[in-house]
Design a protein around this ligand. Sequence first.
Ligand code: ADP
Ligand code: MG
Length: 482
Amino acid sequence: MSAWETVIGLEIHVQLATKTKIFSSASTAVGAEPNSHASLVDLAMPGTLPVLNREAVNMAVKFGLAVGAEINRRSAFERKNYFYPDLPKGYQTTQLAEPIVGTGNIELILDDGSRKTVRIHHAHLEEDAGKSLHEDFHGMTGIDLNRAGTPLIEVVTEPDMRSAEEAVAFARTLHSLVTAIGICDGEMSQGSLRFDVNVSVRRKGEEKLGTRTETKNLNSFRFMEMAIKKEVERQIDILEDGGSITQETRLFNGDTGVSRSMRSKEDANDYRYFPCPDLLPVMLSEEQIIELKNSLPELPAQRLGRFVEQYGLSDYDARILSSDLATSDYFEAVAERSDDAKLAANWIMGELTARLNAEERSIKECPMSASHLAELIARLKDNTISSKIAKQVFEACWNGEGSPDQVIEARGLKQVSDSGELQKMVDKIIAENTTQAEAYRAADEAKRKKMFGFFVGQAMKASQGKANPQQINELLMKALEG
Ligand code: ADP
Ligand code: MG
C-alpha cells in the first residue's frame, strides 16, 4: 500500500451545442474553411458589440438543473485579459465573481459498484478562443477564428476525486450527462469536452492539501488516466527525494506519454479581470427556470434506475447500457422487440460491443439494426437456431447479408428439431462408435458424465452444429442408457 493519497479536482470546458456563437450570429459548425465562420464580432473589429445568445444561457441553466445546482438569478460577464494570437479581443469574455451556476453534485458509480458524490464548485459561461495552426505553415502560425466565440461552460469541481479511475469515472459521467440533456455533442476528438486536471498528493492521514499542478486540455479518457498516473508518480518521486512541488501548468502529450511544464501557475490577479461594460448582467426569471426544468429529458442516473427496475438488469449492466442515449435507445428497442431484456443486454454488451470496438465504430454506426438483433434473439428463443449458429448468423447480418431470417434461410442454418431425423443421426453415431458406447455403459456415473460429451460432439459435427442440443442430449442418453 502506498503511503500517499492522490487528490484530484477537475475543470472541464464543455462546448455548448448552439447553432451560433455566444456573442455573434456566426455559425459554430466545425470543419469549415478557416475564418469562414468568424463575424466582425468574433474578429474583434472596433465598434462591434456582443449580443448574448439566449440558447447558450438556457443550456448552462439546464446543466445546473441536471446536477441539482443553485441557479443564480443574476450572473455577470467579466473580461479576462491576456494576449494570445487566437484571441483577437485581447481578453476572454467569461464569468468570475458571479457565475450562472452555483454549487451542485454529480454522483458516480465506480467499477466496484460503489457510489461517490463529487461536489461541483460552480459552472460559468464563457467564450472559446480560436485555434493556432502550426502544421501547414513553415516558420509561421496560421490563425483560424472559426472556434472563437463558441459558447462554453466551464465546470469546476471540488478536489473530491482520489484516483485516476475516479477522475475518469467522473469524466464519463459528465460526458453522458451533457450529451443526454442535449447541450453538447460529446465529440471528444473534436475537443467538444476538454479536461484540465489538478493533481496533488499528500501523506495518508494528512489533512492539508498538497501543492497541485494543472495539466491542461486533455480530450480523451485514456489520456486523462495516463496523465494523472504519470503526474502522481512524478510528484511522489520528488517528495520522497526531499524535494517540493512547484505549482505550475503542465502539458501532456498523449502520443508520446511525456508531460512537461508549460508555465508557472498564474493567479486571477494576473488577468486583471473587470466587469465587461458591453454586456448587461444575465437575469433569470422563475418561469424561465421552471420551463427549462420541465424541458429536461430523462437523465442518465434516472434511466439507470429505470433499467434496473423495468428490465431487471444488474446495476452493472444498467450502468453500461444507460450511459449514452444511443446505446440506451438501441437496448430498449431490442429488449422490447425480442421481449427478452436479459438476452438483449448480453448480446449488446458481448458480441455487438466487441465488434463495434474492433472496428472502432460507435453504436450510431452499427451495421446491425436493433430490429435485426431482436429477430436473431427471437430465433434463438424459439429454437430455430442454437446459440452457436446464432453467432454465425450475427456475423452474416453484420456483413450485410440481410436479416437473420434471410440468412438462416439462405445458408440453411435452421436447427434440426425433427425427432425422426435426429434419431437416425443418433443411431448412426452409436453404430459407428460401438467401442465408446460399450465403454460408456461399463463406466460409473462420474466417468459417464465426461464421456457423454464425446457423443454430443459427434452429433454436432454430423449436423454441422444444427442439431437441437436439448433433443440430441435426450436421444443420446436414451440410446446409451436404454
Ligand atoms: P484557482 O483559483 O487557482 O484557479 P481553484 O481553487 O479555483 O484554484 O481550484 C481550481 C481547481 O483545482 C478546482 O477543480 C479544484 O478542485 C482543484 N484543486 C484546488 N486545490 C487542489 C489541490 N491541492 N489538489 C488537487 N486539486 C486541487
Ligand atoms: Mg479557479
